[in-house]
Design a protein around this ligand. Sequence first.
Ligand code: MV4
Length: 445
Amino acid sequence: MFKKILIANRGEIALRIIRTCKEMGINTVAVYSTADRDSLHVRFADEAVCIGPPPSRESYLNIPSIIAAAEITNSDSIHPGYGFLSENSKFSAICKEHGIKFIGATPEQIDGMGDKSNAKNTMKQAGVPTIPGSMGLLLDINDAKKVAAEIGYPVILKATAGGGGRGMRIVGKEEEMEAHYESASKEAEAAFSNGALYMEKYIEEPRHIEIQIAGDQYGKVCHLSERDCSIQRRHQKLLEETPSPFMTEELRNKMGDAAIKAAQAVSYEGVGTVEFLVDKHRNFYFMEMNTRIQVEHPITEEVINYDLVKEQIKIAAGISITGKNYFPNLHAIECRINAEDPYNGFRPSPGKITTLHVPGGHGVRVDSHIYAGYVIPPYYDSMIAKLITIAQTREEAISTMERALSEFVIEGVHTTIPFHMQLMKDKNFKEGNYTTKFLETFKIQ
Ligand code: MV4
């Protein structure tokens, strides 16, 4: 087992990882930017190293600084959390070169899944359902028109280096192709230095349902059921739940099997997530594979009673998994509490938390790094807490969420708490009747 893990992250996920390390008797090293010197991850880790000034580029994304911090503290491993360097193949490779175990995917797996068109081809060959579309990359506008005529409009253009919806365009008819192709490719070129596009049939009002998987170093892979992440605003998830209200036992088994196939196709080692789009007929299609621990992992942990960070560490240390699948016994919902003003276009609201009361009681978990007097820096992600409720049924998990939201007091900054309060009372949400389009028509009062 590892003796000392350096956590190359900040905020709630850094704390989350430190907690598991403490329980496992593993020493921890925090790294921090000068903006985070008063953070809880710095206080709760056994050691802490300053790695640079506030901008991420110069601190949490600064590979030489982080490797130097690992070397001077004698860390034998690095946990990257989510975001930042968690899916950076260069960083994964550099850790290896320095004899430091990267608790995450190999450079090959990261690159293989990072190129979306390539990932899709890999999955198609492995027998995982994919959305009908171009065979690989599009050559030019004429090629795009030809493929679209074959699969039928509407189609969607996607950047192969894409993510977060950038370089993505829906094309309703041939006359629109030229303009959309140009702008998608330009946007992708600017964002990812790669303007290459591929095409798919456009699926109207899909659900975003992802399967958690775990694979060990010996080829054993299991799934840990699904999370429904359809409640998103501009590709930012705001609420996740498990089980999905749209799930059936048959669909879970099929999607679980497909996710396992997907992981085996790339000899996946560690915990990961296979994202699917699910249409109204419950056809499901591979979308992306995430090779990291995800923000929403706690809802899975709570319904199957399983510490996913502990599992990540054990797998990285070479411990084998049983290989049996896990099915939910409970219902869990996560509301992301962001320092944003939901009444003003979710505009970021950094600053000092003057008053804080955190909810508790039966069926409530709060993963957060905030405290009374904490100053939310403007440089990073605006998520300040994850409020998770767990109950026997979805209805009860919603009731507990309403109760917990009403107890949550955060003063000094705007938060998304009022948004979630209203969401809990929404008729369609209560009925589990929502798709990725839901928030486009949801208006906060
Ligand atoms: C799609 C789609 C409809 N049809 N692909 C958005 C981000 C990227 N990862 C994939 N995305 C989509 N791909 C086809 N063929 C609709 C979306 C989409 C979406 C997907 C998941 C969650 C939220 C979304 C919001 C808008 C569009």
